[in-house]
Design a protein around this ligand. Structure first.
Ligand code: SF4
Length: 376
């Protein structure tokens, strides 16, 4: 049996209609139960004929990732480790902020890109996620929120409404989404289609380490999602040390691809910059970065490094972070400082799943990395 959520929405009519004897409105009723009401139990889909439900349930798997671990931070952040069908684990994070409930989703089990400041990189790439596994993270997070909405956890809590549904998505969890491109496009379709989850593409951000060709492909897909580039260095020499992907996709190639990315009114490209104490947080890097990004409709998201395990890097000094930000602002480059969230529940990407892995050695076969060649 195949997983229904792995089937592109455009094929549902053909795949579910059994040679044409099922009217389109029945397929729409099914997608409405699944994506809008979050119901996956065939017995609850009461406006569908029983014989049709019996047939579909014998032909299709309809399931979501299982919650393995859920940790709630004092700031309201909820970090989830999901267990997939083959035992592999991935992370998602629900980040509440004012009236937003943002879900940070994973696109791969592990990652083969090897950024030196990233905990997930230690796993290597295990496998790509399917579209159903990507969208399943959102649907499961919605189930969790509807059962237990976020009501507190931030200073703005009194003014903000109860958060009972994910309303923003960022592809910034485990994996490089553009290295799993077909799945990315298929899951964006499920997330944005009116017969799917129905989120506006403007509420979705795809973050990449900078696969230049795929950035162009994403722009040409016609799905107007926000684009974020993980840059973290203003020069190739420094970036190569921090992100080996730069050997294949140097800064100039990435920025050329960014120039071709279609931006709607007021849309900007986000450049993420992980600040590593004494490595890339100096005045000269700040000035070079400002010069590099000045021609772009962009904003820089400064992310002070969150130390983990054996990492050779340290957290930057707060005064250096503020100085870096002011250099950008003085030169007309919008720059925000990302507040570290969920630190008390293991905040860095990959940290919680890795911790769980070592607690579950009997399931380590699900974590065996595969050979990975750098995407070009
Ligand atoms: S930062 Fe992103 S692209 Fe780089 S290794 Fe980590 S998960 Fe992969």
């Amino acid at each position: 049996m195949n997983a229904l959520l792995d089937i592109p929405l455009k094929d549902w009519k053909e795949r579910l209609s059994n040679g044409g004897d099922v009217p389109l409105y029945r397929v729409r009723q099914l997608s409405h139960w699944i994506f809008r009401k979050g119901v996956l139990d065939w017995d609850q889909m009461t406006n569908l004929p029983k014989d049709l439900r019996d047939r579909w349930s014998s032909e299709w798997i309809l399931s979501l990732p299982v919650v393995d671990t859920l940790r709630v931070s004092s700031d309201g952040t909820r970090k989830i480790v999901f267990r997939l069908g083959d035992g592999a684990r991935i992370e998602s994070v629900i980040i509440p902020r004012e009236d937003r409930a943002t879900l940070c989703v994973s696109s791969q089990v592990g990652c083969g890109i090897g950024c030196r400041f990233c905990r997930t990189a230690e796993m290597g790439l295990v496998r790509n996620l399917s579209a159903g596994e990507v969208v399943g993270q959102v649907m499961k997070a919605n189930q969790l929120l509807s059962a237990d909405p976020i009501r507190d956890g931030s200073p703005a809590a009194k003014e903000r409404p109860e958060l009972s549904r994910i309303n923003h998505i960022v592809f910034m969890g485990m994996g490089e989404p553009l290295a799993n491109f077909d799945t990315l496009i298929q899951s964006l379709d499920l997330l944005t289609a009116t017969d799917g989850i129905g989120l506006s593409p403007r509420r979705i951000t795809v973050s990449t380490s900078g696969l230049a060709g795929r950035i162009r492909d994403l722009g040409e897909s016609g799905i107007p999602v926000n684009l974020a580039i993980s840059l973290s260095a203003p020069t190739d020499a420094l970036r190569e040390q921090l992100m080996p992907i730069n050997l294949h996709h140097p800064i100039r190639a990435i920025l050329d691809a960014c120039r071709s990315y279609p931006l709607k009114n007021r849309q900007r490209i986000t450049f993420e910059y992980v600040l590593l104490g004494g490595v890339n947080d100096g005045l000269s890097e700040a000035r070079s970065l400002a010069k590099l990004l000045a021609p772009f409709r962009s904003k820089v998201n400064l992310i002070p490094f969150n130390p983990f395990g054996e990492s050779p890097f340290r957290r930057p000094l707060h005064e250096d972070v503020l100085r870096f930000q002011s250099v950008l602002l003085e030169r007309g480059v919008a720059a925000t400082l990302r507040k570290t969230r969920g630190e008390d529940i293991l905040g860095a990407c990959g940290q919680l799943a890795l911790e769980n892995r070592s607690n579950n050695p009997e399931e380590d076969s699900a974590w065996k990395p595969v050979a990975f060649s750098m995407p070009v």
